[in-house]
Write a protein that binds this ligand. Structure first.
Ligand code: AMP
Length: 236
């Protein structure tokens, strides 16, 4: 069965899929599910930034100054991280998911260029839609595994006040930027860039799929996402 699946996957088109959406919309959850069940390569630019912050490198300190305020990291810096990752993954991966990149038109310009220069993939975008009230409710009850290789997410509402990760036993913590004032700033930043990004994609014939997630359970979300993705992408 597993062999059949691997064989089928060889014939599917190679794709770079960008997840666009506000924080807390479930982008990371879907990305992890695709990594696990579809062998997708996943880059969460936010997780990569947090990893650098934890190592307390010079880069990490620079990133922390932006992230702790809810501001975006400069385009050139984030795009160079993505370039490095695409170069590394494009040979071995059929599906490459960018969770939280691009977030600005300049980053989208960078990505279109990188995809055509570095890969033989199509590019598509999935826009996650969810209301701000639900986001604030979700993020203020979110806990994340402190193990940077895991970063599994839990909800206090669903799980109660748990303290340890069920996957790797590391301690759970709140993300430093999951407090109401920083969440509101992140939402403002997201809304500010969203329409310009969508207009840019329309202009460049990049396919954007709208994915309304608010009322879906996890299994409905995975199933509907599969249906959406199987509809195919546009070629650059
Ligand atoms: P996330 O984990 O996706 O919510 O990202 C957390 C934070 O990382 C954001 O609020 C930004 O400060 C930074 N970040 C992540 N991805 C990007 C990006 N594509 N462009 C700029 N900043 C980013």
């Amino acid at each position: 069965m597993q062999d059949d699946k691997a064989m089928m996957q060889q014939f599917l088109p190679k794709e770079v899929i960008s997840f666009l959406g506000p924080p807390g919309a479930g982008k990371g959850t879907i990305a992890q599910e695709r990594a696990h069940n579809q062998n997708a390569a996943v880059l969460s630019t936010g997780a990569l930034c947090r990893h650098h912050i934890q190592t307390q490198s010079e880069l990490g300190k620079a990133l922390d100054a932006y992230i702790s305020q809810g501001h975006l990291v400069p385009d050139e810096l984030i795009s160079s991280m993505v370039r490095q990752w695409l170069e590394e993954k494009q040979q071995s991966s059929r599906e490459m998911i960018l969770d939280g990149y691009p977030r600005t038109v300049v980053q989208a310009e960078h990505l279109i260029k990188m995809v055509s220069e570095l890969t033989d993939c199509s590019l598509r975008v999935v826009l996650f839609e969810i209301s701000p009230e639900v986001i604030i409710d979700r993020l203020t009850s979110r806990l994340m595994c402190s193990n940077k290789a895991c970063q599994h997410v839990y909800s206090i509402k669903k799980e109660g006040m748990i303290t340890q990760c069920k996957k790797c036993d590391h301690v759970l913590e709140r993300r430093a930027d999951d407090n109401v004032s920083v969440i509101k700033e992140r939402l403002l930043v997201y809304e500010k860039h969203k329409e310009a990004l969508l207009a840019y994609y329309r202009q460049h014939q990049v396919k954007v799929d709208y994915f309304r997630v608010e009322t879906l359970t996890f299994s409905q979300m995975f199933e509907q996402f599969d249906g959406l993705i199987n509809k195919g992408a546009s070629r650059l």
